[in-house]
Design a protein around this ligand. Structure first.
Ligand code: 13P
Length: 253
């Protein structure tokens, strides 16, 4: 059985006191049974959020693959592990776009996260022009082949995948349930080809991109959508609480 996961990517938002407050609110939410909740605060707040989290897991939005050394400004996977941090985002489209992170670096990050036992959430997804020219399945398959499918089955089992179509991120233009399900089913079929049916069935594939209380129920009800990686709506406790609530997951399922 794969895990149902709702993860909040706070990106570069919130003051320290706001982050503290939101962390507290998320930990006090009424979370549906069997739903795992993660928050990914800005790096500066990760440790504090971890120390004050009783219910939710806490991850970093980024980390560097080398363990230590002269890499000014970076924080390593090893340091995350050492600080008790649960998870890390790898391959987010904003990191790929603004920080030129390529397949090779993402592969190294994934290897380092797994080596140190920090749970990787690997993000993939196509830009608008690729969606429009119809080659989006090929594009996302390539992202997985380049950075993820070198993993052993034993390592791959620990990875959470997140499909985040770039044209849906922060735009209010959510993928339709048909678009999300088509991609998620395709991703699961590639995982099956590579790692077999059991691992494919146990892989959590999250959807991200303008997911909010108005559309989450329909998205989460899709057979191959196992939860969400949430940006904007994870910054508002009232919205996020709907996404983690039992009703959002049960009525349509
Ligand atoms: P939005 O939910 O704001 O579209 O962001 C999605 C995202 O990028 C989560 O990682």
């Amino acid at each position: 059985m794969r895990s149902k996961i709702v993860a909040g990517n706070w990106k570069m938002n919130l003051s320290q006191s706001e982050a503290k407050q939101l962390c507290k609110e998320v930990n006090n939410m009424n979370i549906g049974s069997g739903i795992e909740v993660y928050i990914f605060p800005p790096m500066l707040y990760v440790s504090d959020c971890k120390s004050s989290s009783t219910v939710v897991k806490v991850g970093a939005q980024n980390a560097y693959p080398k363990d230590s050394g002269a890499y000014t400004g970076e924080v390593s996977m090893w340091q995350l592990k050492e600080a008790g941090i649960d998870a890390v985002l790898i391959g987010h489209s904003e990191r790929r776009e603004y920080f030129n992170e390529d397949h090779t670096l993402l592969k190294q990050k994934l290897d380092a996260a797994l080596f140190h036992g920090v749970k990787p959430f690997f993000c993939c997804g196509e830009p608008l022009e690729i969606r429009q020219d119809g080659s989006f399945l090929k594009y996302v398959k390539n992202q997985l082949e380049e950075s993820v499918f070198h993993l052993s089955a034993n390592d791959f089992e620990k990875v959470v995948l997140a499909y985040e179509p770039i044209w849906a991120i922060g735009t209010g233009q959510t993928a339709s349930t048909e678009q999300a399900e088509e991609m998620h089913a395709a991703i699961r079929s590639w995982v099956e080809e590579k790692y077999g049916n059991t691992i494919a069935e146990n892989t959590s594939i999250l959807y991200g991109g303008s997911c909010n209380p108005g559309n989450a129920q329909a998205l989460f009800a899709c057979e191959n959508v196992d939860g969400g990686l949430i940006g904007g709506a994870s910054l508002k406790a009232a919205d996020f609480s709907v996404l983690v609530a039992e009703e959002t997951w049960t009525i349509l399922n």
